[in-house]
Design a protein around this ligand. Structure first.
Ligand code: CP
Ligand code: NVA
Length: 303
């Protein structure tokens, strides 16, 4: 039966760790220029309803390196953008392609697409979550800290798609996750509830210092996500004080590491100094989108 990659909470720890093991193998092969054409002759369609740099480039390059081909489809230039039913698009794309990656707004769109597709569907970001990014983030931490599942992770800022994905990751991988958001900007209540029922160790606060104190990993994201551009000014006021800067970083563990999925607004949610500082693993994190997604695609789409 085909499997989709819509949310980390749909996957077991063993399966996600197997994806990390394959990631390490594929990354080493890529660095040594050893061919690894696991998707020879296969095609991935990539549907984008929102902008992208990392997701688009890493999936397309990744498919090429695996011996396959990726098609970039901006939804505005497809019949989906003119209102063709999602289920019809899903059925038709399944006849041409071996997998579909979708970046869109409502999470229900990827769920509906997956329900009517006979090929694997990969969530390239929805308003609810961003599971491929989370896999890259955790893989990056694991490269720097072999005990990555035992660390204390901290999220500072908006309770957005990335925060929701960290909650899902916490419930699967078992680490403590502290989340500091302004009041009214908490993560999705349904995601929190489901994770708590699965035993996740979550601490929710509106005090960034409380969340960061003694933490091993500090992580943030923009204050206004794609689709929220009109709220930028009001959010800038609400999120004042929710910045990862050298002062906040100094309250974390001395060897704490800093993540940001990018794109960043330098000197808003994170300072330029911290992004460029010695504790930042942000550009390793961006690179690992490529390696992790190759492993995800190979897991879902290889014969
Ligand atoms: N982090 C991330 O998904 O970046 P893009 O929006 O550039 O794809
Ligand atoms: N929360 C951000 C993540 C971008 C990769 C957004 O949805 O715009």
């Amino acid at each position: 039966m085909k499997k989709d990659f819509l949310s980390l909470s749909d996957w077991s720890l063993d399966d996600l760790e197997a994806i990390f093991a394959l990631t390490r193998d594929l990354k080493a092969k890529q660095q040594q220029r050893i061919p690894h054409r696991l998707l020879d002759g296969k095609t991935l369609a990539m549907i984008f309803e929102k902008s992208s740099t990392r997701t688009r480039v890493s999936f397309e390059v990744g498919m090429f390196q695996l011996g396959g081909h990726a098609l970039f489809l901006h939804s505005g230039n497809t019949q989906m953008g003119r209102g063709e039913p999602i289920r019809d698009s899903a059925k038709v794309m399944s006849r041409y392609c071996d997998g579909v990656m979708i970046r869109t707004f409502a999470h229900s769109i990827v769920e509906e697409f997956a329900a009517h597709s006979s090929v694997p569907i990969i969530n390239g970001l929805t308003d609810l979550n961003h599971p491929c990014q989370l896999m890259a983030d955790l893989f990056t931490v694991s490269e720097h800290r072999s005990n990555y599942r035992d660390l204390v992770y901290c999220w500072i800022g908006d309770g957005n798609n990335m925060a929701n994905s960290w909650i899902n990751a916490s419930s699967v991988f078992g680490f403590e996750l502290r989340i500091a958001t302004p009041k009214g900007y908490e993560p999705d209540p349904g995601v929190i509830e489901k994770a708590r029922q699965a035993g996740a160790r979550l601490i929710l606060t509106s005090d960034p210092c409380e969340a960061a104190a003694g933490a091993d990993i500090l992580n943030t994201d923009v204050w206004a996500s794609m689709g929220q551009e009109e709220e930028q000014q009001i959010r800038a006021k609400a999120f004042a004080g929710f910045q990862i800067n050298s002062k906040l970083l100094s309250t974390a563990n001395t060897d704490a590491l800093v993540l940001h999925c990018l794109p960043a607004h330098r000197d808003e949610e994170i300072t330029n100094e911290v992004i460029e500082g010695s504790q930042s693993i942000i550009f390793d994190e961006a690179e690992n989108r490529l390696h992790v997604q190759k492993a995800i695609m190979a897991t879902l789409m290889a014969d």
